[in-house]
Design a protein around this ligand. Structure first.
Ligand code: F6R
Length: 259
């Protein structure tokens, strides 16, 4: 395991693990990477994630925007996923989440921010449209990921094979239970979502995964050190040539401490 070294200079598939002290430190470190991307390439296409973990990253980026350090005016964004059957103004929709936690607070043009349509009349068509939209943007330059307790990325749930492209996914029981906290009750959590596929995600030249908390320690270990298997969809990022995991001490509990 490599910690904090530029391990992929020769294109070898070694993930970089960036050890953060705590959630705030993880958020700042990941925000630094995203900020560097936007400063170097103001027209970047950022692949974004929702969930609890990246909230701090969005807060830090907002803070730096307010200080005048980052300009999002030319940035385009594509989100990983959206629940099926809920409208963009539903408080638990991922569009609403993105607006509330990030887009409303920075100078991004909302017309340049994309989230799958949770109310599409035909989800098969919506998946094709979204995949084509990402291709039309030239793909993402950097993909931010969280890590599900069952090893999902986006809503690519454990299964028999990796599903390559944007598709309608059935949420696992574990994911529904994990997300019940947002809906008040597991029965209210949508059972389906539109999600980018594994190839869509892996095509980003850089992946930044944020992971926080002891409850993610086991799945983070499997993601980084376990077999690459669709049973742990996140394990596929071991094959990426520029995947960076920014995790706090609690999530890295099972990893030997830094050199
Ligand atoms: C959300 C997403 C999910 C989350 C994952 C972890 O867009 O893609 O894969 O990243 O469920 O969620 P949290 O951060 O809430 O533990």
């Amino acid at each position: 395991m490599v910690s904090g070294r530029a391990a992929n200079r020769k294109g070898t598939h070694i993930m970089r693990i960036i050890r953060a002290k705590d959630y705030a430190d993880m958020s700042r470190k990941a925000a630094n990477i995203i900020s560097a991307q936007v400063i170097l390439f103001p027209k970047s296409v950022l692949g974004l994630a929702t969930g609890s973990t990246p909230v701090g990253v969005y807060r830090v980026l907002t803070d730096w925007y307010e200080k005048g350090d980052i300009d999002f005016s030319k940035v385009r964004t594509v989100n990983l996923d959206e629940y099926c059957g809920i409208s963009p103004d539903h408080e638990q929709s991922y569009r609403y989440f993105m607006n509330q936690n990030f887009f409303n607070h920075v100078n991004i043009d909302k017309a340049n921010t994309y989230v799958p349509d949770g109310l599409a009349a035909d989800y098969e068509q919506e998946c094709i449209r979204y995949e084509n939209l990402i291709t039309g943007l030239g793909g993402t330059d950097l993909q931010l990921l969280g890590l599900g307790h069952d090893g999902h990325i986006g809503f690519n749930e454990p299964g028999k094979s990796f599903i390559p492209l944007t598709h309608k996914a059935v949420l696992s029981r574990r994911t529904i239970e994990a997300n019940a906290r947002f809906f008040g009750d597991a029965s209210k959590v949508p059972q389906y979502a539109v999600t980018m596929g594994i190839r869509t995600i892996m095509k980003a030249p850089r992946i930044v995964m944020v992971v926080s908390g002891e409850d993610k320690a086991g799945i983070l270990w499997q993601t980084v050190n376990g077999p690459i298997t669709p049973d742990v969809p996140a394990s596929v990022i071991q094959l990426h040539t520029d995947a960076v995991v920014v995790a706090d001490e609690a999530a890295l509990k099972l990893f030997p401490s830094a050199d």
